[in-house]
Every structure is written in structure tokens, then in C-alpha cells.
Design a protein. Sequence first.
Length: 106
Amino acid sequence: MPSPPPTVTLLPPYVTVTARKGDTILDAALDHGIDLPHECGGNCSCTTCHVVIEEGWENLSPIEYPEDERLNDTDDRTPRSRLACQALLQRGHVTARITNSPDARR
């Protein structure tokens, strides 16, 4: 029996969506009309899609060198930081807080 597709909850807007295995968090957001800033178009060239993983870190692809280096450019980096354009949804559920959302800055 195939495993269920991965899901991701994005905070804000406090919405849970279903994704395809191998989609990035950014892909899942955009596929469901959720505004997740991504100035470089998802090419790991900026940090506007920075998210903090609140749950489900183990359900994502491992962080790799380019993403790790790019995250050094943000003042808001935490041990649970990822770039939504690089974090691949592998299985299960992930909860990600969007750090550059207009709602997050209120």
C-alpha cells in the first residue's frame, strides 16, 4: 500500500496543504495559492523564502551546502531554519513558520 502524500502546515496563514513527495515547501505553498516570498524564483540565491521548521524536521531532505551557506546571510537563522525553495518534502507532516510573511511581521 502506498504511503500517504506529505502535508505541510504554513504559519501564517495557518493552512495545511497536501503536497507531492519531492516537492519543496515553496512548491506546495505556491500550488495552493499561498504567498510565500521568493524573490530569486526559488533558486537558492536569496533568503526571502526562509522558514523555521516547528515540526517534522525529519520528514524533509537533509540541508545541503548551498542552502546552509545562503542561510548564513540571514540574521534570523535558527537551528531549525530552512529555505522553502530547497527543503524537499519526503513524507509525513511538516509545520513551517514563514519568517518573511507580512503577517509574521505584525
